[in-house]
Write a protein that binds this ligand. Structure first.
Ligand SMILES: NC(=O)c1ccc[n+]([C@@H]2O[C@H](COP(=O)([O-])OP(=O)(O)OC[C@H]3O[C@@H](n4cnc5c(N)ncnc54)[C@H](O)[C@@H]3O)[C@@H](O)[C@H]2O)c1
Length: 329
């Protein structure tokens, strides 16, 4: 059994707590600054709880710490977790600025502890299948990537006005909250972003002013990439197409499948994953983190990959403000 502390037991933290428990490999404790909330969670899942992070660290030793607080608090909490001697699993996005990100990468390397960032698309069988196929190289180089995605965010997160989402400074808005998942997945599939031209606006969500709609024209090395994302459309859909020299690969998140269209055969060949509930994805993610702690290979996003995607987030915000393309170095 690994002792795991979950810091931040709000929407995603509670899910992490439940899913780490369901691996059967973790003895979980809960920490949240909101005493009422953490008491409720502790009762529901029969776990020890703390309403102060330092008190939780002082109480016992943890093998792993999961940081599921708003993004602007991730880096300082992760540094303290490494200092404690724990492996660290950080929710996306890694942060809201580059401050102390290099310090965190150095501290992680020096500690020798496993670290990863919870970009959960890395566990989706339809992303993993497409990635493995692309890496096989049969279709040649990726040249053009298009993504159309959206969902009705208020349906999935009715409290969006009251949480981190309402402000850029705490990781809010469509770019840092939703687009970052896709940008990270695209970087994982075709390589890092090198420039970003972003247009973004608040179009529909009531009670907030942050952008809920984004259009991006990016370059990931030689590949041109187009993102179209909004958070008000009724259908919850994600279609990602990667057009290569010899054919195309398509991922349809809402269909839980990836497909290949070879120029030579002229038809789609679909690869549909077995139906997967949301918790199953997070149980797989928890197992991957525990595997990583045991020195096994995992598909989880590394700190370096998450730091690169943080640069994408910041470049997209800067470009949307300034109306110009921003290079990522
Ligand atoms: N991977 C995903 O699918 C996914 C989904 C939702 C959110 N997230 C990410 O997870 C993070 C949290 O999002 P959420 O929706 O759970 O937010 P939330 O507001 O529901 O929960 C955050 C919790 O952190 C607690 N907290 C804040 N600072 C703390 C501190 N210093 N010590 C202890 N507790 C503290 C708050 O009291 C709150 O309960 C964000 O970075 C978000 O982007 C990821």
């Amino acid at each position: 059994m690994h002792s795991i502390l979950i810091v931040g037991c709000g929407s995603i933290g509670e899910r992490h707590l439940r899913c780490f428990q369901r691996t059967g490999r973790a003895d979980v404790a809960a920490c949240d600054a909101n005493a009422t909330l953490v008491q409720r969670v502790a009762q529901q899942y029969s776990v020890t709880s703390f309403n102060d992070f330092n008190a939780a660290l002082a109480a016992r030793r943890y093998d792993g710490i999961v940081i599921a607080t708003p993004a602007h608090t991730h880096v300082p909490l992760a540094l303290a977790a490494l200092q404690h001697g724990a492996a660290v699993f950080i929710e996306k996005p890694l942060s809201t600025t580059l401050a102390k990100v290099d310090e965190l990468r150095d501290a992680a390397a020096k500690s020798g502890r496993f670290t990863a960032v919870a970009y959960v698309y890395h566990l989706m069988p339809w992303i993993l299948g497409a990635r493995e196929f692309l890496r096989g190289g049969e279709l040649g180089r990726p040249l053009h990537v298009t993504i159309a995605t959206g969902q009705h965010f208020p349906t999935f997160r009715p409290a969006y006005r009251e949480i981190y989402y309402a402000r850029h400074e705490s990781g809010g808005g469509a770019i840092q909250d939703a687009l970052t998942h896709i940008a990270n997945a695209v970087e994982w599939l075709v390589g890092p972003t090198t420039s970003v031209f972003c247009d973004a606006a608040h179009q529909a969500l009531e009670g907030v002013t942050v952008e809920d709609t984004v259009s991006v024209a990016a370059r990931n090395g030689n590949a041109l990439v187009n993102y179209a994302l909004n958070q008000f459309q009724a259908p919850n859909e994600m279609t990602l197409s990667i057009h290569c020299e010899g054919g195309s690969v398509r991922v349809e998140g809402h269909e839980q499948r990836w497909s290949v269209f070879r120029r030579s055969t002229g038809a789609w060949e679909h690869h549909k994953a077995a139906p997967l509930e949301r918790d199953e994805l997070f149980i797989a993610q928890a197992n991957a983190f525990l595997d990583g702690m045991q020195g096994k290979p995992t598909p989880l996003a590394t700190l370096d990959e998450a730091a690169q995607t943080l640069k994408f987030n910041l470049a997209a915000l800067e470009s949307a403000r300034g109306g110009k393309a921003v290079k990522i170095v």
